[in-house]
Design a protein around this ligand. Sequence first.
Ligand code: ATP
Length: 336
Amino acid sequence: MMHTVCLVPGDGIGPEVTTAARAVIDASGADIEWVPLPAGATAEQLLGRTLPERTLTAITAHGVALKGPITTPIGGGFESVNVRLRKKLNLYAAVRPVRSLPGIESRFSNVDLVIIRENTEGLYSGLENEVVDGVMQSLKIVTAAASKRIAKFAFDYAVARGRKKVTCFHKANIMKKTDGLFLECARRMYQSYADRVQYEEMIIDNGCMQLVRDPSQFDMLLLENLYGDIVSDLAAGLVGGLGVVPGANFGDDCAVFEPVHGSAPNIARKGLANPLACIMSGVMMLNHLGATEKASRIRNAYDSVLGERDLSLLTPDIGGRGTTQSFADAIIRAMK
Ligand code: ATP
């Protein structure tokens, strides 16, 4: 069955990793019609807009996108395009599976976690202002509606995937109102799932310590926006770094698949970017589209390439001497 998928290359290493992912997905035999769309700093230079209306319209119409990272200026400049895209398309749930991979040396060999991050509010509401000279304020917005919605998403995901336990990380001892509400909504929602899934809560600072000490004690993590962002990168560090962790953003009407990493301008256009995180995001996308056999083909192929550990093929971030292209080509060859 043919699927139409929006392809947003993004900035920095985005064009390199999305090109590689597209080639791998096409080589799997998946029947995809790609619709390339602009967004980010590159789009601003060409079209004068970081998030052109036609990009939003196309993703809404087709319901699925594979997206590269988009640069977010630090301190000033335009508002995060990633955040705006998630808000405009109401992509309220970020899903980030983090698992140990064959042949990638890291501190642990048994990591198998799924991080569920609330994607629309918290400190990412973008409500910041200068109170008086020298005093800035940032508003953390937490609503019962969004908190219930993400808790339901997490428990539904756990039940659908046969996951055993959801741990909610929070700081409700300090942020009694905002994190308190998030926690209360998760607790209440859990009442409808208590016969099928376990649930526990952990203050986030302890949670981070536990995560780096023994990640195998966790199965799924449920977090509000900022905590989810930070803990995703921390968890990526447990399995080999940002080059090997995929992600997806789900709303009720559409889904955008993208690696957890950013645009990494320091290695852009050098052929050094690891395409695996984007390829893995593509695998999540194929599963979402029901093309599960093609998804497994790609997954088996990259597992086998990683397992062989031919350093001339792998990218430097995972110990290799190869390039984005050599890694993607090896995955394509392994599917033949
Ligand atoms: P942005 O401003 O878009 O978030 P960034 O460089 O601040 O970009 P990331 O891209 O998330 O942040 O990554 C931090 C570092 O991790 C990068 O500088 C790069 O060295 C490394 N890195 C991230 N993604 C990859 C990748 N796919 N392959 C290899 N290294 C990567």
